[in-house]
Write a protein of this length. Structure first.
Length: 136
């Protein structure tokens, strides 16, 4: 393969590497299942509604676009402005830790074992979670 033809091959997006729509659905479904199952996620679970179907859909839409897939969240709900959208919920250390625990486990269980992808993405996920803090 020549250099010119190699550069013509499009790189996969993180969305594609994660399995596209089906992969993101698996990740999000496992994430919310874990939130219901893990005692360590109780504080995070407590700030969510009893029926988390809308929460599941919103996270699916957001992650789809954030990982390079179709911008579903923006098309359906407007700019993410995640921190502003979460100001109604008290988010401190326990909520962030529970959220991250669920995300890390769901990621490990549903996304292909790609250590380099995990090493790249997790600091960004952790930064996003920390950005959501709105109480000490």
């Amino acid at each position: 393969m020549t250099e010119a033809s190699e550069s013509a091959v499009p790189a996969k997006t993180l969305y594609e590497v994660c399995g596209g729509e089906a992969g993101i659905r698996r990740l999000v479904d496992r994430f919310y299942d874990l939130m219901d199952e893990l005692p360590e996620a109780a504080a995070c679970r407590a700030i969510h509604p009893a029926d988390m179907s809308e929460s599941r859909e919103k996270l699916f839409e957001y992650l789809t676009g954030w990982l390079g897939g179709p911008p579903l969240f923006v098309e359906r709900r407007g700019p993410p402005m995640l921190r502003a959208r979460h100001l109604h919920a008290p988010i401190g250390t326990a909520e962030i830790d529970g959220w991250l625990l669920c995300f890390r486990r769901a990621w490990a269980e549903t996304v292909v074992d790609k250590p380099e992808l995990t090493a790249f993405l997790m600091p960004r996920v952790e930064s996003l979670a920390a950005h959501m803090r709105n109480r000490d």
